[in-house]
Structures are given as C-alpha cells and as structure tokens.
Write a protein that binds this ligand. Structure first.
Ligand SMILES: [Fe+2]
Length: 188
C-alpha cells in the first residue's frame, strides 16, 4: 500500500510543470549527480517565461557570453548568449554530461568522432530551434554555435552534471588534444 501511494505521488511529481526558477531550485536540491535522462525529464517539464531569463541576458563582441544560474557540487546551470557567428571550440566535457535547451534563436551543433590514428573526423550536424533539446553523453565531442546566417541572437540554457571543469579541445583532421578552461561566467 505504501509503495502504491508512493507511485501515485511520483506520477504527480513527474507531471507537474516547472518554471525557470523551479528548475534551478530542483537542481539546487539534488543530492547526487543526475543522469542525462533525469536532466531531460526536468527540462521537458519546464516552461520558461521571458521575464525569468531577462536577468541572465547579455551579449558581447568576440566570444559568446556565459551567465551562471546555479552551481553546486553535482550540477550547474547556465544561460549562454550568442551573437550570429559566435561558437565554441570543438570540445568534449571531460567527464560531465550536458543538456542544452534552445530558449530563443537557432543553434547549430556539429558532432565529431575521435580516432587515435586518424584523428578527429566529422560525424553529424543538426539544427535546433526554439524549445529544441540536445545532450552530450560522455565522451561525445561537439561544437555549438549561432550560425552567421541566422541573422538573430541565440539564447541557450545549459545544464552540466557534474559542473564543467577543464575541457578537452580538438581540431579536425588532427590527433592533437588540448586542454581548455571555459571562461568564467560574465556574471554568476
Ligand atoms: Fe559542449
């Protein structure tokens, strides 16, 4: 009976919709590193009001900008703002998995495969628009960006578990792997 009651509670829990701040709160209260599936489930239940994201918006010339919403030892959540043409290096997450949610704009993601003998090779490409969701399992290698041709700004929401540390970066056709520390968020 207790188990049945718990199931009912769980299904209610899973069905509830979340705001942007509810999502951050859920992540803050985690007591272990969530799986990518768990992070997806939370994001899929989240409806983000434009006003909630406003405090985290800010663009700059050159590099895309990063704004941290929350971070604890298990997970971190950021809002990234990209002008057309801004993109990441080709990278993996060096032990973290990551989920990316497009809040506004057009995101291009290119994925790669690494072979110690032939080096880094192109694997696939995809486009995500408003409300599109993608993720990287360990050890996926990818590059994200707002394409030049989009003609509009891009705002994405990122959840990394555990929080990102030093990343590995790659170059197409090369077996060389470098280390890369993402810029500290422009505001935390
Ligand atoms: Fe990434």
């Amino acid at each position: 009976m207790a188990a049945q009651l718990q199931d009912t509670e769980n299904s209610t829990y899973h069905g509830a919709s979340l705001s942007f701040s509810d999502l951050a709160d859920r992540l803050k209260h985690l007591t272990s590193v969530p799986s990518l599936v768990e992070v997806y489930e939370l994001i899929e239940r989240t409806t983000i009001g434009a006003d909630e994201v406003l405090p985290y918006l800010g663009f700059k010339a050159g590099n895309y900008s990063r704004h941290r919403v929350m971070k604890n030892e298990f997970v971190e959540m950021l809002v990234l703002c990209w002008k057309p043409g801004q993109r990441t290096p080709i990278h993996d997450h060096n032990g973290s998995h990551g989920a990316v949610f497009v809040h506004e704009g057009i995101l291009w993601e290119t994925t790669f495969e690494y072979d110690a003998e032939t080096g880094l090779n192109y694997q696939s490409h995809r486009e995500l628009r408003d409300a599109g969701l993608t993720g990287s399992e360990i050890p996926d290698i990818h590059q994200l960006g707002n394409p030049d041709v989009s003609g509009r700004d891009l705002v994405t929401i990122h959840i990394y578990a555990p929080p990102l540390g030093v990343l590995k970066t790659y170059r197409l056709g090369s077996a060389t792997v470098d280390l890369y520390t993402p810029a500290e968020p422009d505001f935390i």
